[in-house]
Write a new protein. Structure first.
Length: 381
């Protein structure tokens, strides 16, 4: 059995956290299965090899999708490439798990959805299983996107929508309701690694995790984002709280961390933690998390740590609603009084019985989702 995990990578810590979560569950469900990930610039060979992952070789020339050719390759040739080089093709896949982040909607090129739909069409034509697990779907304003979804998403064995808005975006354009289920983010139940810095654990700093996406053209946050992070850091510092900046992804987020550190006194330490499971441990050891990265928010909320978010997609509001903390998202233009009110709210909400119950309920829903995915592969749906 070969499982392809689509849409994950090693640079974005959220995408890597999703990879670890999927690996944990697939290796429990199917211990003898081989697992592959896609070749891409953010998934270098050595990183893949360390996790025992095969490499899915896409057959593509520029924008031309040639993966249909893999079904014409002799099976013996494919078997040798798989055994000696760890290279697999679309024709080898038994189960596709698309664990992309926020990848399908008006914010992204239609080519991404075209490639996914081509893959769905070919795999289902050959009797393979397909499960979609992205962070969010939609909105889908382009006619071409809507046509692709209507034509192909009904063939998918299971679509896991993370929130009501994603489910609505799919069903309102005729994606079909029979194969759509709503489940929360599947990294909630993934256990982090305990923080290995005794001084950090003792100091329990407040953490700020920026996201360069907040600065993109057209965002309501574009003009005020970094100044808002600066103001909330100053509010925390004046209250005697130590502040730490965490780079959750790459050079663009690091640049924001560096600019913030240069404007604050004292200048906060900037941390870059490569293993997202250890990063989750650092978040759990923090007193407060202010995060513009989705999985920074997930890790804090699932660990019972007071969390404040900023949003550039409907998925953030849906996440905070899931944890019964709907008012913990900052608004552009918030002054210091408003920021202090949100900080106080974040500390209050994690002490409520409803919040603690939500953590248990969401963890149970994760378990049920993987149980349903197992049923899909067994042909019970």
């Amino acid at each position: 059995m070969l499982i392809l995990i689509k849409g994950v990578q090693f640079i974005n810590k959220g995408a890597l956290l999703m990879l670890y979560a999927v690996l944990e569950q697939t290796r429990q469900q199917w211990p003898d299965a081989e697992i592959a990930v896609e070749l891409n610039p953010n998934s270098p060979f050595l990183k893949r090899a360390q996790l025992g992952l095969l490499q899915h070789m896409p057959l593509r020339f520029r924008q031309l999708d040639l993966n249909w050719l893999s079904y014409l390759l002799p099976e013996k040739l494919r078997a040798k490439l798989r055994f000696y080089l760890g290279i697999v093709f679309e024709a080898d896949i038994d189960l596709l798990l698309d664990a992309s982040g926020f990848a399908y909607g008006d914010q992204w090129p239609v080519a991404d959805l075209q490639r996914l739909c081509g893959q769905i069409h070919r795999l289902k034509a050959h009797g393979r299983k397909v499960v979609l697990l992205p962070q969010a779907f939609g909105p889908f304003g382009r006619a071409q996107d809507r046509q692709l979804i209507r034509r192909h998403f009904g063939k998918v064995d299971l679509i896991c929508a993370r929130d009501q808005a994603s489910e609505r975006f799919l069903t309102e354009i005729g994606a079909g309701a029979k194969n759509i289920r709503q489940y929360p983010d599947f990294t909630i139940s993934l256990q982090g690694t305990d923080c290995d810095d005794a001084q950090y654990v003792l100091q329990k700093p407040a953490v700020i995790i920026p996201n360069y996406q907040m600065l993109r053209a057209g965002s309501a946050w574009q003009a005020d984002y970094e100044s808002t992070l600066e103001r909330i850091a100053q509010v925390l510092q004046r209250s005697g709280q130590m502040v730490v900046l965490i780079n959750h992804e790459g050079l663009a987020d690091m640049a924001i961390c560096q600019r913030l550190a240069a404007r604050l006194n004292p200048a906060p330490q900037i941390l870059q933690i490569e293993d997202p499971r250890l990063l989750k441990g650092y978040i759990k050891a923090s007193s407060l998390v202010v995060s513009s990265r989705f999985h920074g928010c997930v890790s804090a909320l699932a660990s019972g740590v007071p969390c404040i978010g900023t949003s550039w997609s409907h998925k953030y509001q849906a996440l905070f609603d899931d944890f019964a903390a709907p008012d913990a998202l900052l608004k552009p233009g918030s002054d210091e009084e408003m920021l202090q009110a949100v900080i106080d709210y974040a500390f209050r909400v994690v002490t409520t019985a409803e919040y603690q119950q939500r953590i248990q309920q969401l963890t149970e829903q994760n378990r049920l989702m993987w149980q349903q995915i197992s049923s899909v592969f067994a042909g019970e749906m």
